[in-house]
Design a protein around this ligand. Structure first.
Ligand SMILES: Nc1ncnc2c1ncn2[C@@H]1O[C@H](COP(=O)(O)OP(=O)(O)OP(=O)(O)O)[C@@H](O)[C@H]1O
Length: 262
């Protein structure tokens, strides 16, 4: 596997545990900056993964990349969220106990995207049966719906999650994957992914629980922020019959609660 590491992958230090001086915040940030300039957004601190939001599409989430990280020892390849996801999954299987992935960071740091990348990785790498694919598809496809009703533009993030989310997928006879994304106050947000082994077998099902929805946003948005996406999607994209039935006009500016944007 060493052969697949390029000179670019070796920019800076891949694992902060090896950073010298390891207590220096300046050296820490300089290492992150150096790697970020090469579009290397991931760096380890041991088994912890530090991610810097690139705010642009990087070609690092392809099926090929997923295949590369499947079943490979954690430190053999450059740091990646797929390496972390794969490591947790395999450790869970070998140890037959529960594991968690905790995702935290400030608003706009990329937590929601990270949790989606992990789900996408499991969707490809986990054992597949017809029933399991059904559960997997529902979980993945529910994201746009949940984001429509629970996400909004804020000053820090155009697609900020304004609610907490708990997801639970049970894989038939093999594993049970639990995903919990909880929203905390003061614009700090944490995601928790729990993986737990069930008895050996096929897909069982799953459920999603949402909580702590920022309901006040419906009637009040701070300067420069917006209401939940769904209102704009409805007014701009709803079918004529539906809008007529709801007594709505196709013009967001007609509605006070949708135009509090500065
Ligand atoms: N790995 C990534 N690659 C490319 N763009 C990314 C990545 N992660 C995040 N982004 C960009 O940053 C934006 C904000 O990320 P995200 O919504 O995941 O932040 P968040 O930490 O969940 O924020 P909040 O707490 O406000 O919900 C995304 O809409 C996307 O445009």
């Amino acid at each position: 596997m060493e052969a697949s590491l390029t000179a670019r992958d070796r920019v800076g230090i891949q694992d902060f545990v090896l950073l010298d001086p390891y207590t220096s915040e300046t050296a820490f940030l300089e290492n992150l900056r150096k790697r970020f300039h090469e579009n290397l957004i991931y760096t380890y601190i041991g088994t912890l993964l530090v991610s810097v939001n690139p705010y642009k599409e990087l070609d690092i989430y392809s099926k090929k990349q997923m295949d590369t990280y499947m079943g490979v020892n954690f430190f053999e390849l450059p740091p990646h969220i797929y390496a972390l996801a794969d490591n947790v999954f395999r450790t869970m299987q070998s140890e037959s106990n529960n594991h968690f992935i905790l995702i935290s960071g400030e608003s706009g740091a990329g937590k929601t995207e990270a949790s989606k990348k992990i789900l996408q990785f499991y969707a490809v790498s986990c054992p597949s049966t017809k029933l399991l694919n059904n559960v997997r598809d529902r979980l993945l496809l529910s994201n746009p719906v949940l984001e429509a009703f629970g996400n909004a533009k804020t000053l820090k993030n155009n697609n900020s999650s304004r609610f907490g989310k708990y997801m639970d997928i049970q894989f038939d006879h093999q594993v049970c994957l639990k995903l919990s994304v909880s929203k905390q106050r003061f614009r700090f947000y944490q995601g928790l992914i729990k993986l737990s082994i069930l008895h050996q077998g096929g897909a069982v099902g799953g459920h999603i629980l949402s909580y702590l929805l920022e309901k006040s946003r419906v009637v009040h948005q701070n300067h420069g922020e917006r209401n939940f996406h769904i209102f704009y999607q409805l007014v701009e994209g709803g079918e004529e019959d539906l809008l007529r039935w709801l007594g709505l006009e196709r013009n967001c500016t007609k509605y006070h609660f949708l135009v509090q944007v500065g």
